[in-house]
Design a protein around this ligand. Sequence first.
Ligand code: FES
Length: 281
Amino acid sequence: MTGSTDDSAIAATGETLRTVFDFAAPTFRSKYGSLEGFAMALSGPIYERLLEATSIDRGPIERDGDRATVTVLARHPAGDRTYEFVLKKQHGGKYAGCWMTVSIDLVYDGVSPSFRRMPTVRFGDRERTCDQGERLRDVLLRIDGYSPYNELAQVANCGGNGLCGTCAVEVEGETDEPGPREQARLSLPPHEGTDRLRLSCQTVVRGDVEVTKHDGLWGQHIQERTEIEDTDDAPEPIDVTQAEYDGSYEYETGSLGSGVEGHASTTDETTDRTQGVSDDQ
Ligand code: FES
């Protein structure tokens, strides 16, 4: 690393730049001479959202012989952008057989149509696009700072074989139906008795999904989903007077419906009143 201008360019772009440079083809690298030269070439408004992205999603790969293009979605607080990486298979030299970058272009200011056709997986406050048919667990593991596993299960699990049950998550959206192996594991403790969980390692993503990981080593502690919202449609709370509490309240005749005498002062009488409604119907 050399002078201060070069250092500041490197600092601004961070590890992403180094990774891109590491996978650049020798001809691409020699064009810029060094990582510092590469950083200077990419500094500026076109590439800054790629290099400072909060997350990077890989899009579909299109291959034509020894050439391939990969669309990359750079998520950035100032707005997402879609770039296209062009790769070429190397012949000869120490990188023979490797696919390496030969150019990077900004192709869409926003999420390109090719990405819009890909399913989006939302998990916590993050989201990633993925290929249709990908295993949900694989997608979740690519999301920085999140995991389909809790606690010790992050290092001790069955590796996606549908046996341990620790990758269980709640999923809303388009997925395949659970297969026999998944159904079998979900019928065992601690997951038995709920139909709200899926094993992420056995779940195939078919469209946009939203994922929730619950607490517990297996993610088995499902929180109650429904809460009564304070809206205009919500029922008004019923005022219960002290007289009703102590049983001295006198109901008006007929107030509970035709044929029901309205005196309710004891448990037995309340039972009678309920019976009266039932009999009357
Ligand atoms: S990783 Fe073990 S069941 Fe999914």
